[in-house]
Design a protein around this ligand. Structure first.
Ligand SMILES: [Zn+2]
Length: 378
């Protein structure tokens, strides 16, 4: 298994080996660290814990019910769908035996523990830790889930241009067809385009590999000029599986799918990879976790005011930055069109984040800097 910590803390392979040799695992009930006989001991099987957590081995493997229906979910009007979703989420919350992990709005315990572990181990190994330049990094993303949302792009870009920042747009290849010149215009404007998949129907993660492969390559058949320019992917509705990521790794350089924590998403009450730091999975695919609460839940499930939404985003960003994570934000152009107050919340959040020292970067910039080379498996 590949450790996130490897990529983040010690990019030099020889140093990684030396640090790793100083971490000794123990079976036990408690999560704690101590130093004995020149090695850092953990009272849990650390590598197993990290692997299981980041790869979400507890994620349900069945396809979400709504994506199995013969009637596409989009056949239900948005307002009714949001109302049904509020009922569904309230029921999920009541029925769940909630462990509280990963914590919401942001889980920071895993990242804190990892840093503590690697700091101590590196000291023992006499190896300096890699200090990545990710302080207060903010990544702005916008998934264009439907054609209806296209005018919302300009609304968001106007705010960003006023504040001198750029963002990344997730585009579908089958549900609608964007004009290639519009995608190129976003890139020429300093933005990034990534693939948001094929139909946004929540099925990609459960398809046979050949059909999944066809749907992922479809993006470059529809938008051939994006070859070499589009390197990232995020699955529609964040519906994910480990077998999906194996095929995604063949087509894309990095992935933006796993949320650090998600409550009431397609996979159930509480899910998430529990880290705010980019990591490389068992297939060598680099993931940039979605760390901030999504616009949809704040605006249409919790129905918060714009100032409350901006406050939730900023508080979560501060929590991410406090553990050296990368704050990744998502606001949908279609949601901004449906509820213009979201644009006001976005502007407030961006202004306050920039005042607080946020450094806005694109996904490809973060992934190039944070993951200079795919670490070798242990
Ligand atoms: Zn989406």
């Amino acid at each position: 298994m590949i450790s996130t910590a490897y990529a983040r803390w010690t990019p030099d392979p020889a140093a990684r080996q030396r640090v790793a040799s100083h971490i000794v695992e123990h079976e036990g009930d408690e999560l704690r660290l101590w130093v004995e006989d020149g090695a850092v001991h953990t009272a849990l099987p650390w590598w197993e814990f990290e692997r299981r957590t980041l790869l979400e081995t507890g994620l349900p493997t069945q396809q979400p019910t709504y994506s199995r229906s013969v009637i596409p979910y989009t056949a239900i009007p948005f307002t009714l769908r949001a109302r049904l979703n509020r009922v569904r989420i309230a029921a999920l919350r009541r029925r769940s035996e909630d462990s509280g992990f990963p914590a919401d709005p942001v889980e920071t315990g895993v990242d804190r523990f990892r840093e503590s572990l690697w700091t101590q181990a590196a000291e023992l190994a006499g190896v300096p830790l890699h200090a990545p330049e990710t302080a207060r990094t903010l990544v702005l993303t916008h998934d264009v889930d439907e054609e209806y949302g296209w005018p919302g792009i300009e609304t968001l870009r106007r705010i960003e241009r006023d504040l001198g920042v750029a963002s990344a747009f997730g585009v579908l290849s089958q549900r609608y067809t964007a004009a290639e010149r519009d995608l190129q215009a976003l890139i020429d404007d300093g933005c990034e385009v990534f693939s948001h998949g094929y139909l946004h129907d929540g099925t990609l993660a459960f398809l046979p590999a050949d059909e999944l492969r066809r749907r992922l390559h479809h993006f470059f058949e529809v938008y051939p000029s994006m070859r070499g320019q589009v390197r990232g992917f995020r699955a529609g509705q964040l519906v994910r599986s480990r077998s999906m990521f194996e095929v995604v790794a063949e087509v894309f350089d990095y992935d933006l799918t796993p949320p650090t924590v998600e409550l009431g998403g397609p996979h159930g009450w509480r899910t998430g990879c529990a880290t705010t730091i980019p990591f490389v999975d068992e297939h060598g695919l680099a993931h940039l976790p979605l760390t901030l609460p999504q616009d949809y839940f704040l605006a249409f499930i919790d129905r918060l005011r714009p100032d409350e939404i901006a406050r939730r985003w900023l508080d979560a960003a501060e929590a991410v930055w406090s553990v050296g994570g990368t704050a990744v934000h998502l606001v949908h152009p279609d949601n901004v069109r449906r509820r213009p107050a979201l644009a006001a919340a976005y502007r407030t959040f961006l202004e306050q984040a920039l005042d607080a020292g946020a450094r806005v970067r694109l996904p490809h910039q973060v992934m190039a800097a944070d993951l200079p080379s795919a670490p070798e498996p242990t």
